[in-house]
Design a protein. Structure first.
Length: 400
């Protein structure tokens, strides 16, 4: 079970990993209450319009007609038939979305989605993404990584560095970088031109240390003493992740709980002639998209304005898709968010104690109990009915 919100730092004990890693992929489908689920890795969130159209059509013809993003900027298809895997794999290979069957679950890479658009940052992290993905898929040892292991490539602004990935590269001036391992408070210096080398070496060293010590862990944060974190302090960052609306060099839109029908995804492909970048915050950056698209995207149901209660709001699947869930958390959360006008701390609704997809840092935990919800911020919790939940969440999210 993920840690409670108050437990920001990992404990000394390594979690029991006696069971095999069951993280779904595009070929290893997960059986859910609403059918099979496929998770398609999209390194760096980088998709061409053609690839997005292929996925949208696959969702319509093989699944429930919708696509949803994940907290790692990947895409999921739900409601698939039990025999859909072979056909889905064929379509993904043809679209360039499955370069290696053996490595498809380990291609977990997030990257700064505004890199190169707004004049900030110190590196072309899209180039890092492509090199890291290519070399991962060419490395026999990399198939030993968990499907949950995450690389973050930050252009120096601190957006994806805040996600506490297993291996984080933070670009610095003059082509240099910092390498952060797990949730370490310090980092290793990386010389110019060696960023991807350093990231791959860290992942390989982690696997070697697991074998040498007999440690069972999926993440570096679960075994922080296995590798030397390095001597340098992390730089200070502000709050730079993209909000919905017009941006320098393009547009950003949000998706409510990351989910939308196939026709809306095709509309995004039409609006983004240079492709798009899925974000870990259930949104999409559309480089080179014209501002005239914003009203049309808003009319289609995308979030196109910042400063609403939907900012920083996430939820697990809930019922009817998950048998473990004690409530239809997305319906309850949607009603609560539509009733509140102000943004605040990140908030996550969970249907069970696993809290799938919860954010890091300081966040409000809204957990279904079967009789209502438990709303928790830090050490303070309150039990409420579903009717009372919206007000309790709005109070817990207040930052002043």
């Amino acid at each position: 079970m993920p840690p409670e919100p108050a437990a920001a730092a990992p404990g000394p004990a390594v979690p029991d990993r006696g069971q095999a890693d069951a993280c779904p992929g595009a070929l290893r489908l997960h059986r859910a209450d609403d059918g099979a689920l496929a998770r398609v890795r999209v390194p760096g969130g980088l998709l061409t319009g053609g690839q997005l159209r292929v996925l949208a059509t696959a969702a319509e013809e093989l699944g429930d007609g919708e696509l949803e993003t994940t907290s790692r900027g990947n895409l999921q298809l739900r409601g698939l038939g039990s025999d859909a895997g072979l056909e889905l794999g064929t379509r993904l290979r043809a679209a360039g979305l499955l370069p290696s069957d053996a490595h498809e679950r380990v291609r977990n890479i997030v990257a700064s989605p505004l890199a190169g658009l707004d004049g900030r940052g110190h590196a072309d992290v899209q180039a890092w993404v492509r090199e890291l993905d290519r070399r991962l898929c060419a490395s026999d040892w990399a198939v030993g990584l968990s499907g949950k292991f995450l690389f973050a490539l930050d252009d120096g602004r601190g957006d994806v560095a805040a996600l506490d990935a297993d291996v984080t590269l933070i670009a610095r001036p003059a082509g240099a970088a910092l390498l952060r391992l797990g949730r370490a408070a310090t980092a290793r210096p990386v010389p110019a031109g060696a960023a991807v080398d350093a990231a791959l070496a860290a992942a390989r060293d982690f696997l070697a240390a697991l074998r040498a010590t007999g440690t069972a862990a999926w993440h570096l944060r679960e075994a922080p003493d296995l590798l030397d974190p390095g001597p340098l302090p992390l730089p200070a960052f502000d709050d730079p992740y993209p909000r919905p609306g017009a941006l320098p060099g393009g547009l950003c839109v949000g998706l409510r709980f990351g989910r939308a029908p196939a026709d809306r995804w095709r509309l995004l492909a039409d609006a983004a002639p240079d492709g798009l970048r899925l974000t870990p915050w259930r949104g999409a950056v559309l480089p080179a998209a014209a501002g005239e698209w914003l009203p049309r995207l808003a009319a289609a149901g995308f979030r196109t304005e910042p400063g609403t209660a939907w900012d920083g709001a996430t939820a697990c699947t809930g019922t009817p898709g998950c048998a473990r869930s004690l409530a239809d958390v997305r319906a309850d959360a949607r009603a609560a968010l539509d009733a509140a006008g102000r943004p605040g701390l990140p908030v996550h609704w969970s249907g069970c104690a696993r809290r799938c997809g919860h954010p890091g840092g300081d966040w409000v935990d809204v957990l279904a109990t079967g009789q209502g919800y438990r709303v928790t911020r830090g050490a303070a919790s309150v039990e409420v009915t579903t009717h009372e939940m919206a007000e309790a969440v709005a109070e817990a999210r207040r930052t002043t």
